[in-house]
Design a protein around this ligand. Structure first.
Ligand code: B1M
Length: 213
């Protein structure tokens, strides 16, 4: 669809006002929110490939990320729409050393939309910060996002810290992010790995409902 291609292209070009305008227009035209979201993700994917190939650099990626966030802000009210009382509580954060937050924010929005209360610890969240937040908020789920191969190990460290504090057994630990795999989840004894935000929200809800059943 022409408009979806245009959204992807304007995101790649880093035009936040244009992305905002096109996303609103697409929704007004009755295009499904998932298709609009996929156009944004697709655009960011192209940016990622160009970045990897040294065709563009960090400043351009930052500008594209800003355009992505502008589009996501328009989708947020729809993705987080829920008329029900929260069925459970999630603490989410991007792990220590890692500043990527677009995927984490998307997971958060989808989880809220699935009827969960989400406490967002932001980016660069150390194991100690996760531990303190678990003590303070008593969540059902701890959800960690990592986008760098070098920061994945912080997921393991966080799980070890939760174990040391005697908190691990009462929690469901979920992990995800581009370099994370099902095998890695097994290796570090995380409970759930999901490859995308929609399945993260689905699995979180499933796991909580199973717990209370
Ligand atoms: Co960065 N970066 N970056 N970057 N960046 C990547 C991740 C990279 C793959 C680019 C590349 O080389 N192709 C590469 C990592 C290589 C690696 O380790 N394997 C990389 C690098 C190297 C770096 C720097 C080191 C660059 C530098 O400074 N030289 C630096 C590190 C900074 C740091 O974190 N300490 C850096 C910086 C940045 C920016 C700040 C410029 C910017 C981030 C802005 C922001 O997030 N606010 C940025 C961006 C935008 C990217 C790419 C281009 C796009 C990431 C993104 O937002 N994608 C990325 C390339 C790529 O991924 N193709 C790249 C869209 C988003 C919707 O997808 O986050 O994957 P994603 O989330 C997905 C799934 O992964 C999943 O759901 C989402 C989809 O539904 N998911 C979960 C995510 N979290 C989940 C949690 C779950 C479940 C699913 O459960 C809890």
């Amino acid at each position: 669809m022409e408009i979806l291609n245009e959204i992807s292209e304007k995101l790649q070009a880093g035009s936040a006002p244009k992305v905002r305008q096109l996303v609103s227009y697409a929704l007004n035209q009755g295009i499904d929110v998932k298709e609009v979201l996929n156009a944004l993700i697709d655009g960011m994917g192209v940016v990622g490939v160009k970045f990897k190939n040294n065709e563009i650099y960090v400043p351009e990626v930052l500008i594209a990320a800003r355009a992505m966030n502008a589009g996501l802000e328009i989708l947020k009210p729809i993705l987080t729409e829920t008329g029900v009382k929260p069925i459970g509580k999630v603490i989410i954060g991007t792990v220590a050393g890692d500043l990527h937050d677009i995927g984490k924010n998307l997971v958060k929005m989808m989880m809220i939309g699935a009827g969960l209360e989400v406490i967002d610890l932001g980016v660069d969240v150390t194991p100690q910060k996760f531990v303190s937040a678990v003590k303070e908020f008593n969540p059902d789920i701890v959800a960690m996002s990592a986008l760098l191969t070098t920061t994945m190990s912080s997921m393991r460290k966080t799980i070890e810290s939760l174990e040391k504090e005697g908190l691990r057994s009462k929690l469901i630990v979920m992990i995800g992010g581009a370099p994370v795999t099902e095998n890695y989840a097994k290796e570090i004894s995380a409970d759930i790995y999901t490859p995308d935000a929609a399945s993260a929200a689905e699995k979180a809800k499933e796991a909580i409902l199973k717990r209370v059943a």
